[in-house]
Design a protein around this ligand. Structure first.
Ligand SMILES: Nc1ncnc2c1ncn2[C@@H]1O[C@H](COP(=O)(O)OP(=O)(O)OP(=O)(O)O)[C@@H](O)[C@H]1O
Length: 654
């Protein structure tokens, strides 16, 4: 009612002050009459219905309020109306509350719509509007048959306990119906010459690097990326913005080459050196790995790959990224491989670092990168991409942050920014994916989201075809002995063993070292980047048969020839499990993963793995007698370990 102001014609305007006053007085008198009439009507109507209720409420209300409003009614209309409205409001509120409480007990009350008689509150509104409320034809509300005013407010609520209905997951179409990638690498190899669009130079390079055939993910994704640049670097297909591409394929299925090959091919035609590709990875080691693959395939071209991860000083990175010639900054990088923290540093502090020509944003280990979104690195990248220096307002290729498609928005040609997402455990959570602001995404996946798992509560993931999964029932005290048994007796090496913390990794490393008989190293954030690099290299070269690591080596790290992964501590999350066990059985090869489980962990862990779509995890039981011969030496080693740990702690204190 108070939403609209109705201007009415009230006859010729009288200029004199006195006539305006007399008219106001007349209006006020009329209004007073109207209010009193309504009050009477309202009282008589409601009296029967909530007599008992009203009396109860009146008793609860402070007496003074009633007295005061009664006195004031005689003198001041506005106050009277306000007081009455206030009172009614209170009544309404308490009646609503009562209603809500009642609905908690009676289900039928839920659907009840409660009709509230028109109150003096509405009259108050009218009095505020003075003239426009005078005409009953305009101000009147629907009236009941008996003449009383009625409103039809529905009381919402109903707070009784209800059994929660199982919600059926409904995914957006692009997530529910992806382009399917074969999981079986060995039986789906495609000769590199059969994949359309790859130039001869790259084909030769691939062969020179021992790649004769493409893996399924590469055969699907490379042509899709190449197609999105079919109209050149500056325009998407048909002049439209190209679709973003998401790839969810098992660990070790060759996702890196799936983006390196098309991106290098596209850039090989560029004339001016500008940052056109930005690959963002969660760790230094992964960035280094990807940078190495880019360097391999850009070798012999004029394309430049620069890594910004903090491994070098900020100044050294700055020098590698750009140079000043003739007072103007020139990019020295076509492809930048970065970790998010260092990337943001360069965006904010390095004025010569420009992303205004960026064409591809590659987000590897995308689900992990989404989790790290609190750093708001993506927002910073987007800002930097669409940051227009003043002079480009007149430039033909002006970049504007994409919004809704309109004729105007399509008229200036835009360099499209295309996002390419890769992960073995890409989330299907639309809320999380929303953070990436994807444009008409196209998903390539080896897991069909329609796949029914034992329960629908968890997402299904991709497991490598050649992976054999086992769980080893054990007790806490026998865990180290079983590791030694695996290495010394069963010759499970090279083996990558995961613990849940740095401390656990270090203690286990010391224990195995003290026990003797096997070369061992540890890998965690305790080591500096160069130590970590050396350790990985030694492990890859077979100098160290057992590497004990935290989850620092769980994702993306491609170590050739890991035959066995041991989860010394069971991982808490399915994603961690998938990435850990994915360090073996890579590139279509075979590998085994063993997870040590205490009795209390068994049920939950096995359920979690099955729900995630594991093809099957088998029990591997180690008989106690198999460990017996090592027990005495083990006890002595434990005693020694105690001393070593004490010494280490003492050293740390000084
Ligand atoms: N077509 C191919 N032929 C032979 N080997 C290949 C081919 N493509 C990739 N590889 C090799 O397969 C291994 C795994 O590739 P890559 O690291 O790209 O896997 P990924 O899918 O990124 O794995 P993750 O999800 O664990 O990061 C690498 O050693 C790579 O050199």
């Amino acid at each position: 009612m108070a939403l609209f102001m109705i201007n009415r014609y009230l006859g010729e305007e009288e200029d004199s002050e006195s006539s305006r006053e007399s008219r106001s007085r007349a209006l006020l008198a009329k209004l007073q009459e109207q209010v009193k009439a309504r009050e009477r009507q309202s009282t008589s109507n409601t009296a029967d219905e909530d007599d008992e209720e009203q009396r109860k409420r009146k008793r609860e209300e402070p007496e003074t309020e009633g007295v005061q409003s009664e006195n004031e009614r005689k003198t001041d209309l506005t106050d009277e109306v306000a007081s009455s409205a206030k009172k009614k409001k209170k009544q309404k509120k308490s009646s609503t509350e009562n209603e809500s409480v009642n609905t908690g007990d009676k289900a039928s009350d839920n659907e009840k719509s409660v009709e509230i008689p028109e109150t003096s509150e509405s009259v108050l509104e009218e009095s505020k509007k003075t003239e426009e409320s005078v005409d009953p034809q305009i101000s009147q509300e629907p009236k009941a048959e008996d003449g009383s005013s009625q409103t039809t407010f529905h009381i919402l609520g109903g707070f009784e306990e209800k059994t929660v209905q199982k919600v059926k997951r409904v995914l957006p179409q692009w997530l529910a119906q992806p382009d399917v990638i074969q999981r079986d690498i060995k039986n789906n190899l495609i000769p590199i010459s059969e994949v359309p669009g790859i130039c001869l130079t790259l084909l030769k390079k691939l062969e020179a690097n021992g790649i004769q055939s493409f893996f399924p993910v590469q055969a699907e994704v490379i042509p899709a990326i190449l197609e999105s640049v079919s109209s050149g670097l500056l325009l998407g297909p048909g002049g439209y913005r190209p679709r973003d591409i998401c790839v969810s394929a098992p660990t070790g299925s060759g996702k890196t080459l799936a983006f390196v090959i098309p991106v290098v091919q596209v850039l090989s035609k560029r004339v001016v050196c500008e940052v056109r590709v930005l690959a963002v990875l969660p760790t230094k080691e992964l960035a280094q790995q990807v940078s190495k693959v880019f360097s391999t395939y850009t070798e012999g071209t004029s394309l430049k790959v620069v890594m910004i991860t903090g491994q070098k000083s900020f100044a050294a990175e700055q020098t590698a990224l750009s140079e000043i010639r003739g007072g103007v900054s020139h990019s020295l990088a076509d492809i930048v491989v970065a970790t998010p923290g260092r990337l943001v540093d360069h965006i904010n502090k390095n004025s010569n670092f420009s992303l205004q020509h960026l064409r591809f944003l590659i987000i590897d280990e995308a689900d992990r990168m989404i989790d790290g979104m609190h750093q708001s690195w993506l927002t910073q990248v987007t800002k930097a991409v669409y940051r227009n220096p003043g002079d480009t307002q007149t430039s033909v290729f002006r970049r504007i942050l994409p919004g809704p498609i309109t004729v105007a928005s399509l008229s200036p040609p835009q360099i499209p920014l295309q996002k390419l997402l890769f992960s073995a455990t890409l989330t299907q959570n639309p809320e999380k994916l929303q953070l990436l602001d994807l444009h008409q995404p196209r998903l390539f996946s080896s897991t069909h989201s329609g796949t029914e798992t034992s329960t629908q509560s968890q997402e299904a993931f991709n497991f490598p075809q050649g992976l054999a999964e086992y769980y080893v029932p054990c007790t806490l005290s026998k865990k180290p002995l079983i590791i030694l048994h695996f290495l010394l007796r069963l010759k499970f090496s090279p083996a990558l063993c995961f613990t849940n913390s740095r401390e656990a990794a270090h203690r286990l490393y010391l224990l195995v070292k003290l026990f003797g008989g096997v070369e061992v190293a540890e890998f965690s954030s305790k080591l500096n980047p160069s130590e970590r690099q050396k350790t990985l290299k030694d492990f890859e070269q077979g100098k160290i048969p057992l590497l004990i690591s935290t989850d620092a080596a769980a994702r993306g790290i491609d170590i050739n020839g890991v035959k066995c992964v041991i989860n010394y501590d069971a991982p808490q999350y399915i994603r961690t499990y998938i990435h850990r066990v994915g360090r073996t059985a890579r590139a279509g090869k075979a590998g085994s993963a063993f997870t040590f489980l205490l009795e209390v962990q068994e049920k939950c862990f096995l359920q979690m793995v099955r729900d995630a779509g594991s093809p099957g995890i088998q029990r591997h039981f180690v008989k106690p007698q198999a460990l017996r011969s090592m027990e005495t030496h083990y006890e002595q080693t434990l005693a020694e370990l105690g001393k070593v740990v004490k010494e280490e702690n003492a050293r740390k204190r000084f």
